[in-house]
Design a protein around this ligand. Structure first.
Ligand code: NG1
Length: 527
């Protein structure tokens, strides 16, 4: 396991520890305002602030739910929760939750006497995400053998700057922040790996079969570098360091403004893809004649299938640093051989697995809410193995030695071109194989490439939301100006010259340096 998962989230941080110098004045004013609102509402100041950032996934889309590695960075937009714990009382333990954004009305919930917190995933309700982190942490503390005897009640006020429904993971930033706030309020101790697991398990209570990318980067990100995050054999992460070069790579995030709410569309989008990849893994397992599995065995992921494949090859090297590309290419070839290009009806999928339709539905769909009568197993599996390969290729390009003549823009550009080409290929596969793009994402990524990005792709679940584009640092301002002209002002001409709209665009298209992950701020110096 890499050190990042066994480290602990900073607990005594000041704002200067968390935010880059150029953001400090803004953040100081923001925290001061949050503190004042908290005092207005609850009558006394908070004890501490927990914060956890959103993220942009640079490459590796829809592979975490199949167990493969991803390569995201934390962005400088985050969720902050101000917390004041309450003295123990004999009765119910109550959490009162306020939000600085008036769209999210105040809520209270009790920690039930049975030790449970009820989350109704069918109801689209903002406080569910808080409860997810709260419940996830209390459960994880019990798993670690340090259960909380009696939870404490507290007042909490939330302030978020991560755009919602935009593919930069506002939901996970909120769940991670709530998990950290709950942990600190209970003086609990979990390392970052365990805290991340608490947030992943917790967020599943909101009704999405999420992978673990968003929570992992939100909690573990080191300042200044993206991470390659591995989920197998267990959660670990390595820093990605870009080779020193004349033009620093910068990632520009731009929102299509098509709201993609994966909790609402999960039955036809996110959850359906998870089901499709699981059935694909099972059909390939049959194709490889894997050993019989118990009827109630955990469902195989495409990453689990890889182990069956390697065993069938008597592969002496396994899946180790350096040979990932060869293994993943072989798995893509296996998809060609073992899956039909035609979508599988429920009957055909059941027949391929030699089970009844009822059994297929029980095992592979079960409680997961989906709406579909056919499954595109070939395309989904092909995407997963090819995209997983691109993640390792991206890492390997970054690990190359600096160009011999690092002052030459030609050699520097070749590095950025290589990274950009991988991002473009990822976008094409998201569009053509995983079917998670949309016309606006296509348009925005095309504009980005036309006006100077080395590569551009959707980031996050897709079906709307944001793009991420790789741009040379010295071109960022010109790039952003051109995208505004070509996408936003063409769609909404009245925005041009309107001060409020132009200010709002700062949240719609922005560049972000790789930022630091979750922290608890108790040093209030400066505010
Ligand atoms: P978004 O929808 O951007 O938060 C989701 C998943 C990720 C990952 C991406 C697709 C959750 C919380 N997040 O991201 O784990 O699977 O889609 O790569 O479900």
């Amino acid at each position: 396991m890499s050190d990042l998962a066994s480290e602990f989230t900073p607990a005594g941080a000041s704002l200067a520890d968390v935010y880059a110098p150029d953001l400090l004045a803004f953040q100081t004013a923001r925290y001061a305002k949050l503190r004042a609102s908290f005092v207005d509402r609850f009558g006394s100041p908070p004890d501490f602030f927990a914060r956890s950032p959103g993220r942009a996934n640079i490459i590796g889309e829809h592979v975490d739910s199949s167990g493969y590695s991803v390569l995201p960075m934390a962005i400088d937009r985050d969720v902050v929760i101000a917390v004041k714990t309450l003295p123990p009382t004999p009765g119910a333990v109550t959490v009162t939750l306020a939000n600085t954004d008036a769209r999210f009305p105040e809520r209270t919930f009790d920690h039930e006497a049975t030790g449970h917190v009820t989350i109704d995933s069918k109801v689209h309700e903002w406080s569910n995400y808080f409860k997810c982190g709260y419940k996830g942490v209390l459960e994880q503390l019990a798993v670690e053998g340090t259960p909380v005897a009696k939870p404490v009640g507290f007042y909490a006020m939330v302030d978020g700057t991560v755009p919602a429904g935009a593919g930069v993971s506002s939901s996970s930033a909120f769940v991670c922040c709530s998990a950290l706030a709950t942990l600190h309020a209970h003086s609990g101790v979990l390392n970052n790996g365990a805290l991340t697991n608490a947030a992943i398990q917790g967020e599943r209570y909101a009704g999405v079969q999420c992978g673990g990318m968003d929570q992992s980067i939100s909690i573990m990100a080191p300042a200044g570098s993206p991470l390659i995050i591995h989920f197998m054999p267990k959660l670990s992460a390595d820093r990605i360091v870009f080779p020193t070069s004349k033009s620093a790579p910068v990632f520009v995030i731009a929102n299509t403004l098509v709201v993609a709410d994966k909790h609402v569309t999960a039955p036809i989008h996110y959850n359906l893809r998870v089901v499709e990849t699981r059935i694909a893994a099972a059909v390939l397992y049959k194709y490889l004649k894997g050993p019989a599995l118990a009827a109630d065995a955990k469902l195989l992921t495409l990453r689990d299938l890889q182990d069956t494949y390697l065993a069938s090859q008597n592969n002496p090297n396994g899946f180790t640093t350096g040979n990932e590309p060869a293994v993943l290419k072989a798995l893509s070839a296996l998809v060609e051989a073992g899956l039909s290009k035609t979508p599988y009806t429920r009957e055909q999928a059941a027949a391929a697995l030699e089970i009844s339709v009822a059994e297929l539905e029980r095992r592979y769909i079960g409680a997961i809410n989906i709406r579909a009568d056919s499954f595109r197993l070939y395309l989904r599996a092909k995407h997963v193995y090819e995209e997983a390969l691109r993640v390792f290729q991206f890492r390997d390009v970054c690990a190359q030695k600096p160009p011999l003549d690092s002052s030459s823009s030609a050699s520097n550009n070749s590095l950025l071109h290589d990274l950009g080409a991988l991002m473009d290929a990822s976008q094409a596969s998201c569009r053509d194989q995983f079917d998670c793009s949309c016309p606006e994402l296509e348009e925005l990524t095309t504009i980005a490439r036309n006006v100077g990005a080395f590569g551009s792709r959707l980031t996050g679940a897709g079906w709307g939301g944001c793009t991420v584009s790789l741009v040379a640092e010295e071109n960022v301002a010109a790039f952003v100006a051109k995208v505004k002209e070509e996408y936003y002002f063409k769609r909404w001409p009245a925005w041009k010259g309107d001060k409020d709209k132009e200010a709002a665009l700062e949240d719609i298209i922005f560049s972000s340096k790789p930022s630091i992950g979750a922290a608890v701020v108790t040093n209030f110096a400066g505010f």
